[in-house]
Design a protein around this ligand. Structure first.
Ligand code: SF4
Ligand code: SF4
Length: 405
């Protein structure tokens, strides 16, 4: 059972296809028995809910993801997790518990730019419209609750002048195939592949003022600066929904560092403290935390909505210090200073997938698609003074290349 429960996202997708072909069907929970799932759910308990933005919807303070293995998904459903990130990843294998109680769940579809990647691709109303229409049909969900513009806008001007994604949403909404419009937003300032790119906070602030989108996902974790906290305050005032992503900033690698864990505060764990902190000490509406097994689900989600204890506060303090020394915060402030246009933040984001989320396969796949990899770094040091964390960027790039190439 242990091996099945530790199954990673990609492996899950591959084995799901195999199981469906073998007639096992989507209800297969990969080795975790119904009793183990019930026990996990009982240990976590019912998650509290909170309003998502200014609308009437209430979502669990920690949301779920279709990228998880099936056993934690089943346990999460029992715990009242009701918002599902990347529901398109289920393909035609949406959990039966969601299909049978469809209106109790909010299922989100993520839609990418076309004819290129998130930097070079285009917004195309017709292509987005057709993709979502096809994906709804394939899923059997009847409709997606939230249509998410994946990666978001390159700058504020694009938000204001290119309404193709919004038009695709409006057409689909008229056909009752989608209900709410949202986006995830990355940083594009200093990105050599994105002319006039701006950072996520600037774009998100404009999105809130624009008033068309209802909520957003964005990078947020411990050690966050005043800029993103200022955005959260603005979003709360304006009734704009917020969901944090990329929340485990180094928690995965820290957990595997026996030396650091030896003296870790007793009675908590990095992921458990993270869950308590995200859901009680921030102005977020909700957050998603990547987990890879039923055991991780129990450890992490049992902290949702619970008060921080002294041990959790000390854990977050140590995790922040560790992350500030070791883990890129994906702020992109180094990007414009690299004369070789090395996509530093993308490379170090994939490092996080591999080292913190247990998603090595996905990380290698994404890394292989980069037009410029970490071995393009000539160790000139131009980027170093611009990293707010003082990271040894060339060393980190070289180490990441060894892991992902
Ligand atoms: S050290 Fe590497 S990543 Fe940094 S600016 Fe020079 S080439 Fe770019
Ligand atoms: S390497 Fe430093 S400056 Fe560059 S994205 Fe990461 S944290 Fe920001």
């Amino acid at each position: 059972m242990a091996r099945k429960m530790e199954i990673g996202r990609r492996e899950f997708m591959l084995t799901t296809a195999g199981a469906v072909a073998a007639g096992l069907g989507p209800a297969c929970t990969w080795g975790a028995s119904a009793q183990e799932i019930e026990e996990a759910a009982a240990q976590v308990g019912r998650l509290p809910r909170r309003k998502l933005g200014g609308g009437p919807r209430e979502v669990s303070v920690l949301v779920g993801s279709a990228t998880w293995a099936s056993a934690p998904v089943e346990a999460a459903i029992r715990c009242g997790v009701n918002f599902w990130h990347k529901a398109e990843d289920w393909g035609s294998s949406v959990p039966q518990a969601i299909l049978k109680n469809r209106d109790a769940h909010y299922c989100q579809v993520c839609v990418d730019r076309v004819r290129g990647n998130h930097e070079t691709g285009q917004i195309d109303e017709e292509a987005h419209y057709r993709l979502v229409k096809r994906t709804v049909k394939q899923s059997g969900l009847r409709y997606f609750d939230d249509m998410q513009f994946h990666f978001g806008y390159h700058n504020v001007a694009e938000l204001k002048t290119n309404r193709g994604f919004v038009r695709a949403f409006e057409r689909l909404k008229k056909e009752r195939l989608v209900r709410h419009l949202c986006l995830s937003q990355h940083h594009y300032d200093g990105n050599a592949r994105v002319p006039a790119g701006q950072n996520a906070r600037e774009i998100l602030s404009a999105v809130v003022e624009d008033g068309v989108y209802e909520h957003a996902q964005f990078f947020y974790s411990y050690g966050e600066g005043e800029e993103m906290n200022g955005f959260l305050a603005l979003a709360r005032r304006k009734g704009f929904g917020t969901i944090a992503m990329k929340t485990t900033r180094g928690a995965g690698r820290l957990t595997r560092d026996a030396k650091l864990m030896k003296d870790f505060p007793a009675g908590t764990t990095p992921h458990h403290a993270l869950a308590r902190w995200l859901t009680t000490r921030t102005q977020l509406d909700a957050a998603v935390i990547q987990i890879n097994s039923l055991r991780e689900f129990v450890d992490t989600y049992s902290g949702a909505g619970k008060t921080m204890r002294a041990a959790d506060a000390e854990a977050i303090r140590r995790m922040t210090a560790y992350a500030n020394r070791e883990v890129c915060r994906l702020c992109n402030q180094c990007a414009s200073h690299c004369p070789h246009s090395v996509p530093i933040a993308d490379i170090l984001r994939y490092e996080r997938y591999a080292r913190d989320y247990g998603e090595g396969y996905r990380a290698r796949l994404l890394y292989a698609r980069l037009d410029r990899q970490a071995d393009s770094c000539i160790v000139c040091g131009e980027c170093l003074p611009h990293c707010p964390q003082g990271l040894e960027i060339p060393e980190k790039l070289a180490a990441t290349h060894r892991i992902l190439s």
